[in-house]
Design a protein around this ligand. Sequence first.
Ligand code: ZN
Length: 451
Amino acid sequence: MSLWNPTAENMTRRELRALQFDKLKVLVNRVYNESPYYKNKLTAAGVSPEHLKSLEHYQDFPFFDKDEERLSQEESKEALGHPFGMHITCDPKLVNRVSSSSGTTGSPTFSGFTKADRAIAAENTARGLTRIGIEPGDVVLHASVLSMWIAGVPAVDSMMAYGACVVPVGALSGVERVAQIAKETRPRMIRTTVSFARHLAATMQDRAGIDPKSLGIEKVVVTGEPGGSIPEIFGEIEAGFGGATVYDNMGATGCHSPTGISCEAHAGIHFYAEDNAYFEIVDPDTLTPMPIENGVEGEIIFTGLERECGPLLRWRDKDIIRINTDPCECGRPGVRMTFKGRVDDMLLIKGVNVFPNAVRDVVNRHSSKATGNIRMILQKSGPVAEPPIPILVEHVRNLSTAQLTELGNELENAIHHQLRFRAKIEFQSEDHFELKTGTTGKSKLVEVLNS
Ligand SMILES: [Zn+2]
């Protein structure tokens, strides 16, 4: 199989560490000298460029998180007249594209991209597309949102830079429109969210009179939600599209670019961008760094090594990741990662940590009578919740009361057995849940009654 940038993607760990350290020194010097904000922040934490004598010394540098980013941007709107934050290290006139967070909580945060920042995102996108066998000139249907979110217009921009023939149909135009455009343009690849891919596969024939198997789509790249690495889910999508292969795509918000993609072995996401996206794994409770070793599980921390506009040093991504360093049977290089859940979504039920996406996975694995859409109902916002937890489960049409009772018991047992908490299953008929919420197209897994 071919790689876009064999030199960068095939580096040994030792070569990578040396390169990362060199780039980190340049970055730390730059933010210290060009951003009074960073100078104050690093000084307050007792570090400076001189302190960075090895990669290990970088562990003494302070973290950056979403709340700090939001405050920094509030301040720069007042003080500097732009929303890119006090931690910006470039002339705001060099900002060439702006993306924003999904904005599901609070005001949105903004990321500015200079031409060089866009080039890194494009480089990483090219690595992902090359790995899955998409070539310049191939037709790619972008059936994800066309928003400022990083997987929206910025993804389209990067795929166009690669030279793909991008058809930006969007997702909000609905199943009928996406099906029609796919039929006319004959894409080799479709890029969308897990929920929308499943929705397309399940409803296209009924809604648009077009069999998704007839479209000739070879590759379905899913992003933005866990599920693309869960056998029952990608299996359903692959079957729905007539034997297409599903690839799970990963981006690093702290680096503002895609950083990994899964392979035909479905054995985790190959991280392919360590030369520009430095990552650490820390214990999510103590924030103590953990070794990058096989089986290590913790919160991933990112530093975009070459970022020009608003570099984020030691960004807390809030994703819990499991590391796999074994060689993959596909032969492609790169540490592999499996998403386990979001730090912020983690619930504490009678002393047991529960991720809502893990609940959805159990339901997905358990029965084809459930569509896989669920919603946990909490009395108040987490993390502490009292069992039994009501869970709305969407079921396929035409089930009898007896079948539903049986399914409810099975799911309650499976959840109790696998996730160790008591659930109370309630049912909703198919199409109850809105598949898309907000600007990201992600489905909502938790509803809080009294926030
Ligand atoms: Zn592989």
